[in-house]
Design a protein around this ligand. Structure first.
Ligand code: PGA
Length: 253
């Protein structure tokens, strides 16, 4: 992964309803990518679309990721996709512990096992962390700290360079507006500090921290520069070629 450029990840969630729609979307995004692009662009389609997209899309400038992965290496786990299969199928990234999965019961412990499974299969986990609500007393800091600690419980310090942390405050996901860049900056610094305490300072500096929640082309530049985000995890806006390409374009350094 290029370190100085931004990492921009599109999470298609369940918005795309046919292979044709998915293929059209990725081709349209590809066409709109800026020349000489330095950013790393990843799309995470629903896993059932993976094969047809890999077969139908020949572009080299968009990488693939999954929206989730099994905590188990293999075996009798109906409905699960193993990290090894995801890697063999052409995925390079995987979102782990998204708020929408945590909302259906995924715990930090499970997330930690999924992160481990991803690393073992040479996938880059994009580990989502973020408070569900804010309070004047600042208790949300301990919520962030607890999630970071729990989710990375099975990671070694030298693996932080192979991990992406996505700060996604639950209240900002799908919201009409992203938070002020200062709020994002504060969280990015806090997550980095937490990593330095849990691991060590050098290792902490190697982890990429991106932001997710209502990102669009109007707020992206500020969230990068003043919010100190190393890129974005984009939901809804990534399912529209124009909006996603606009975000990528404004992030072009
Ligand atoms: P949103 O979603 O961009 O639609 O707010 C972000 C996410 O869930 O990753």
């Amino acid at each position: 992964m290029k370190k100085d450029a931004s990492l921009i990840v599109g999470n298609w969630k369940s918005f795309i309803l046919s292979p044709k729609e998915g293929l059209q979307l990725i081709k349209n995004v590809d066409k709109k990518l800026p020349r000489g692009m330095k950013n790393t662009v990843v799309v995470c389609p629903p896993s059932v679309l993976f094969g047809s997209l890999k077969a139908g899309f020949k572009g080299k400038r968009i990488l693939f990721g999954l929206q989730d992965v099994s905590e188990f290496a293999d075996g009798p786990h109906t409905g699960e996709t193993s990290a090894a299969l995801a890697r063999a199928g052409g995925a390079e990234y995987v979102i782990v512990g998204h708020a929408e999965r945590r909302a259906s019961g995924e715990t930090d412990e499970v997330v930690a096992r999924k992160v481990r499974a991803a690393l073992d299969a040479k996938l880059i986990p994009i580990v989502c962390v973020g408070e569900s609500e804010r309070d004047k007393e600042g208790h949300y800091f301990s919520a962030i700290e607890k999630t970071v600690q729990g989710s990375l419980a099975r990671v070694m310090p030298n693996e932080l360079s192979k991990i992406v942390i996505a700060y996604e405050p639950v209240w900002a996901i799908g919201a009409p507006q992203a938070p002020d860049a200062r709020i994002v900056a504060e969280a990015v610094v806090y997550i980095r500090k937490t990593l330095a305490t849990l691991f060590d300072r050098d290792a902490a500096l190697k982890a990429r921290i991106i932001y997710g929640g209502a990102v669009d082309a109007t707020n992206a530049v500020q969230l990068l520069s003043e919010g100190h985000a190393g890129g974005f995890l984009v939901g809804r806006a990534s399912t529209n070629a124009e909006s996603f390409a606009d975000i990528i374009r404004v992030c072009q350094s």
